[in-house]
Design a protein around this ligand. Structure first.
Ligand code: FEO
Length: 171
């Protein structure tokens, strides 16, 4: 069984991963409504990925004999100024998530829960990849400088990432 402090911290992370999933779902909906279908599909897929991050933690808590709690989700923002603003927000959000994962690892270490510290290494690695992915996407958007034709091409590129996986974006 997990100690109380670790259990509470893991349940807080479950809440954050669930919120990430809801946030990207709201962004996908905005993108779809505004004709950015490639971006929308990418974000729908990413929303599913966040749910899988949440579930991985959820199962871990219960597998360790503790109690995973279904988070009540705060309603995310549904309106965005531009695709660029969407990805700026995602990048900042992911940087915050990385900090939370690091704090969580710190708590497990202090509590001498090395099994959970070890389990969380997957999340540490995942956050490096996500920050890298979104920083690259944002760099690309910054280069477009608001050009509509290029934004259309960018949207097509995002669509390709849905089927190809996210590795291609960092090339
Ligand atoms: Fe689950 Fe995007 O971090």
């Amino acid at each position: 069984m997990l100690n109380e402090k670790v259990e509470k911290a893991l349940n807080t992370q479950i809440e954050l991963e669930q919120f990430s999933s809801q946030l990207y779902l709201a962004m996908a909906s905005w993108a779809e409504k505004n004709g950015y279908n490639g971006t929308a599909n990418f974000l729908y897929e990413h929303s599913d990925e966040e749910r899988s991050h949440m579930l991985k933690l959820f199962h871990y808590v219960n597998d360790r004999g503790s109690h995973a709690v279904v988070p009540s989700s705060e309603k995310p923002n549904h309106e965005y100024e531009s695709v660029q603003k969407v990805f700026e927000e995602i990048y900042n959000h992911e940087k915050m998530i990385s900090e939370k994962i690091n704090d969580l690892v710190g708590i497990c270490y202090e509590e001498k829960d090395f099994t959970t510290t070890n389990f969380l290494q997957w999340y540490v690695q995942e956050q490096i990849e996500e920050e890298n992915l979104f920083s690259t996407v944002l760099d690309k958007l910054n280069l477009l400088g608001g050009d509509k034709a290029r934004l259309y091409m960018f949207d097509n590129e995002m669509e390709k990432l849905v089927t190809a996986g996210t590795e291609g974006v960092t090339e």
